[in-house]
Design a binder for this molecule. Structure first.
Ligand SMILES: C[S@@+](CC[C@H](N)C(=O)[O-])C[C@H]1O[C@@H](n2cnc3c(N)ncnc32)[C@H](O)[C@@H]1O
Length: 217
């Protein structure tokens, strides 16, 4: 089973393959810093779920190198093929965050100490974003950390993404705060960072990092 968004993203990322990873190579410092900070908070061997892991680089690979026990999840079979080859230390599952059966199957893998979801909850209307956060929380233990990154979108602009153009839904820091509260999460902070433009995009992007905790009860 796959959700409408999942099917859209699976088609796009199946067609992009490693072109996606290459277009951002060397332009991921903010993301790398955030994942390093997350690992400082976790015990060696902590269980981390990487939702929308794509080809496994840089994040799944960085988490494994930091001694985490990592599961990568994605809807794109092509991306997962690359991820399995590039990061053999991690386990990977073909699953859609928005599909209940997939979440049940993932739950069978055990509860995670943290979930990262970097540039996967993109261009979603508010209620769907909140649903995505709830699902991430359901896969994370009480007190566990959620790290979510999204591009900041003012809501009026057309965005170029690897030679494709689209007009995405607004997503500002205040929206992330609100969505996280609506999902029942404890918000620690939303951090704003600027990243260089990926290949095929003229402007540098502003990235929002949501740091939140699954409440203890
Ligand atoms: C923009 S890429 C981000 C990849 C990686 N996290 C990174 O930081 O580079 C988004 C990835 O999320 C996956 N994805 C999108 N929607 C998903 C969903 N509902 N469930 C699981 N994976 C999804 C896509 O297939 C794609 O590989």
């Amino acid at each position: 089973m796959i959700s409408p968004e999942g099917a859209h993203w699976a088609d796009l990322f199946d067609s992009l393959g490693l072109e996606y990873e290459r277009s951002f190579t060397g332009k991921r410092q903010a993301q790398i810093d955030a994942v390093a900070e997350l690992m400082c908070r976790l015990a060696p061997g902590a269980r981390v779920l990487d939702v929308g892991c794509a080809s496994g680089r840089p994040t799944t690979e960085q988490l494994c190198a930091g001694g985490m026990d990592v599961t990568g999840m994605d809807v794109s079979p092509v991306m997962l093929e690359h991820a399995r080859r590039q990061v053999p230390q991690a386990r990977f599952v073909l699953a859609d965050l928005f599909v209940f059966d997939d979440i049940e199957a993932l739950d069978a893998l055990g509860v995670h100490d943290a979930a990262v979801c970097l540039f996967c909850l993109v261009n979603l209307p508010g209620p769907r974003f909140v649903d995505g956060l709830r699902r991430l929380a359901a896969l994370t233990r009480p007190g566990g950390t959620l790290l979510v990154a999204v591009p900041e979108i003012q809501g009026t602009e057309e965005v170029r993404f690897i030679e494709r153009t689209y007009r995405p839904a607004r997503c500002l820091s205040e929206d992330l705060h609100r969505y996280a509260r609506q999902a029942g999460l404890e918000v620690e902070r939303v951090e704003t960072r600027t990243e260089p433009a990926p290949d095929g995009q003229a402007e540098p992007g502003t990235i929002l990092f949501l740091w939140a905790r699954n409440p203890e009860s």
